[in-house]
Design a protein around this ligand. Structure first.
Ligand code: TMP
Length: 254
């Protein structure tokens, strides 16, 4: 294949120019970072698994009417997506106290929340993704109040649907992060779900044992990181019988 033009390289993914105008190729790397890239590592085979998991979840979500950037999976590590203008806001939905919420408010991890909580963070590595409110988002023009209504209602629908989907395979959806983008079609703008949904961007706990099955295993040096990602894919029924074929080497290398 001819060398493709790289559009953007992030911490876990690379975006290349797609085969047709308005498309991009999203390539999933095995690289993992935490704490704004202060901790770096490789989770062998993560890119292959996240490509499959994100494909599966985006397709299920589009089936219930959530618009997404996903077009189709191209190969083990790549998927074709619609080119969107990413809104620089990370939308976090929480069902159970964990992570930065536990720290910020001094609460015990694992406490169920009385209702789902939606939080916004400004997507800026330089500023360490600071938490923001709707006021900042609308005042600085990152999204309009109407955009935010759409984003909030999509995020809550995604939460309800994915909570049920994971419950069905014995996993508690503790919290997750979504990103949205603007898609233009014939002068009409639509906001669609973009980026990825995977154990990198969700907290997933086993219903029975409360064992963590997500990137917290890497962040907190809990071990068996690769196995946890594979187990999520296996429970969703999307791990090929023989296992991903371009997974090389053993578990986590720091
Ligand atoms: P937090 O508790 O660290 O704020 O994370 C909330 C959720 O967002 C958790 O499921 C992990 C996810 N997340 C990302 O996907 N990217 C990030 O950069 C951070 C900080 C969290």
């Amino acid at each position: 294949m001819a060398r493709r033009r790289q559009i953007y390289e992030g911490k876990a993914k690379i975006l290349y120019e797609g085969p047709e105008p308005g498309t991009l190729v999203q390539h999933f790397k095995d690289d993992a970072t935490a704490f704004n890239a202060k901790k770096k590592g490789v989770i062998a085979g993560k890119g292959v698994i996240n490509n499959r998991i994100s494909e599966y979840l985006m397709v299920r979500l589009s089936e219930i009417g959530i618009p997404t950037h996903f077009v189709r999976r191209l190969n083990m590590r790549e998927q074709l997506v619609r080119e969107v203008e990413i809104i620089p806001v990370e939308v976090v939905v929480r069902n159970v106290v964990a992570g930065s919420l536990a720290k910020r408010l001094g609460m015990n991890e694992g406490t169920p929340l009385p209702r789902s909580i939606v939080e916004y963070y400004y997507k800026s590595d330089a500023l360490n993704d600071p938490m923001i409110t709707e006021e900042h988002i609308t005042a600085f023009g990152w999204a309009t109040p109407q955009d935010l209504d759409d984003i909030m209602s999509m995020a809550l629908r995604v939460n309800d649907f994915l909570s049920g989907l994971f419950l069905g395979v014995g996993i508690r959806l503790v919290d997750f992060k979504l990103e949205f983008g603007r898609l233009w079609e014939d002068d009409q703008m639509r906001i669609v779900l973009a980026d990825e949904i995977s154990p990198d961007s969700c907290r997933l706990w086993d219903m029975k044992t409360n064992e963590k099955m997500d990137k917290d295993r890497f962040r907190r040096d809990l071990g068996n990181v690769e196995e946890a990602y594979q187990e999520v894919a296996r429970r969703l029924g999307i791990l090929p019988e023989s296992g991903p074929t371009d997974i090389k080497g053993p578990a986590v290398m720091q």
